[in-house]
Design a protein around this ligand. Structure first.
Ligand SMILES: Cc1ncc(COP(=O)(O)O)c(C=O)c1O
Length: 451
């Protein structure tokens, strides 16, 4: 208590100074970085302990690298969990944030702003250009899909589930169409609705009872679809490539059966592309390259859309959007001019032919480098590398190994993530280079050898 008061007293003049100088100059000098140990102690004293973090503090980044307050450099092959598509401290993102925040940061959704409709138009026209949501690639741009902006992936899924519930109420006026189907190993978020369709006991059990009427199926289980999805189902939510659950890819044949079953019973099909979407697999959506018979009614997105500035979005066909009217859903912050200006900047760049070609080339290079590892470590690794493009997983025979590899790699200066029960997940920035791929894969190979 006493220490907290001292800290406040020490900080106050510095804060006042910063505010005063910012009035005179648009670029106030940042306060000096306090010692790492002080920050770690503040964290443990004041932050809700829901994360187990390693004992260092990140201070800044550039491209695919970040540095801690002690000056150690790390290659960030996690990209803030598939978020920093353009890497850290990207000049264009920095300039967009600076320019827009100096102009108009927030207005609420009581008023129109310049950037929400522009970003919505870009999302719809790119989906029509590249394919997805029922549009074959190169469909002529037309305003026949709608977007709702949120602040996170979880909120995007909540919005999608609400749209589907609304459709269910309209399709069955007796209120019998309210059930939601999801799949084992899915991850859709931590709020009560999204958590209810994230069937992982580790996340769900402490918080039961969850929302009722949720049915859980198995990814790629064709036979189970009939029983799972019924006339009472209003929504089916699935990740075309499960990220957190272990980089598990849904088969195109199964997705076609899933779509057909949803059509049969009038259920809304939602693809959560929060982790796998926005060019991470090489195409706009992970389902863009598939026939329209595999496409969903709604796509949710978030993570890379504004390169780390919080944003989420629900993109839906007009056929399901039509039931949502003024007042049926909303948010204070979602769709702000700042978030949408940054989103527009990032999406314009990651959808450019140069960026798409670079993701394809780097993805191919990463595939070739990773493919060497199972042959080199057959006792430790599964035969096949999981995922596609720049969302990849290495499956281990021993479920204890991935966490050890994450720790070892971090000690050696590379960030990677675990996924599912036995997987190392790689989700680097979309503009990562081949030299960085080499550095990451060489480091991983060394860690696996040393297990
Ligand atoms: C597929 C998927 N859906 C939803 C979420 C939740 O997104 P957020 O953490 O932005 O709420 C995540 C986050 O990891 C995710 O990977």
């Amino acid at each position: 208590m006493h220490r907290a008061r001292t800290t406040l007293r020490l900080r106050a003049p510095r804060l006042r100074q910063g505010l005063a100088s910012s009035a005179a100059s648009p670029q106030p000098t940042p306060a000096p970085i306090p010692q790492t140990s002080e920050l770690l102690s503040l964290s443990s004293s004041y932050l809700l302990p829901v994360y187990a973090r390693p004992p260092f503090v990140l201070s800044h980044g550039q491209g695919s690298h970040v540095w801690d307050t002690a000056g150690k450099r790390y290659l960030d092959f996690s990209a803030g969990i598939a978020v920093n598509a353009l890497g850290h401290a990207d000049r264009g993102v920095v300039e967009t944030i600076a320019a827009q925040s100096a102009k108009l940061l927030h207005t609420s959704n009581v008023y129109h702003n310049e950037w929400a409709p522009r970003l919505a138009e870009l999302l719809v026209s790119l989906t029509q250009r590249d394919g997805g949501l029922g549009f074959a690639p190169c469909t002529a741009p037309a305003p026949n899909a709608k977007v709702f902006f949120s602040n996170s992936g979880t909120e995007a899924n909540e919005g999608a589930l609400k749209v589907a519930r609304m459709v269910g109420k309209v399709r069955a006026s007796d209120g019998s169409k309210t059930r939601i189907a999801c799949f084992a190993d899915a991850f859709h978020g931590r709020s009560m609705g999204a958590l209810s369709v994230t069937p992982n006991p580790k996340y769900q059990q402490p918080f039961t009872p969850l929302i009722p009427g949720v049915d859980v199926g198995t990814l790629n289980d064709a036979e189970g679809l009939q029983k799972l999805i019924t006339e009472e189902t209003c929504a089916v939510i699935a990740e075309p490539v499960q990220g957190e659950g272990g980089v598990n890819t849904a088969n195109p044949e199964w997705l076609a059966l899933l779509r057909a079953r949803c059509d049969e019973v009038g259920a809304v099909l939602i693809y959560d592309e929060i982790q796998c979407g926005l060019y991470r697999t090489g195409t706009l959506w992970a389902h863009s390259h598939l026939p329209v018979e595999c496409h969903p009614d709604i796509v949710t997105m978030a993570k890379p859309l504004a390169n780390g500035y919080p944003i989420g979005a629900v993109l839906m066909r007009d056929a399901v959007a039509g039931n949502m009217t003024a007042g049926t859903h909303g948010t204070t912050f979602g769709g702000s001019p700042l978030a949408c200006a940054v989103g527009h900047h990032v999406l314009s760049r990651i959808s450019s032919p140069e960026s798409v070609a670079q993701v394809a080339a780097t993805g191919t290079y990463l595939t070739a480098r990773l493919a060497q590892l199972p042959a080199r470590f057959p006792q430790k690794l599964e035969d096949t590398v999981r995922g596609r493009g720049l969302i990849r997983g290495l499956g281990f025979h021993d479920p204890a190994h991935p966490a050890r590899v994450v720790d070892l790699a971090r000690e050696r200066g590379v960030f990677v993530l675990t996924a599912g029960k036995n997987v190392i997940r790689l989700v680097p920035s979309l503009n990562v280079g081949t030299a960085e791929v080499d550095e990451a894969v060489d480091c991983l190979a060394g860690c696996i050898a040393d297990l």
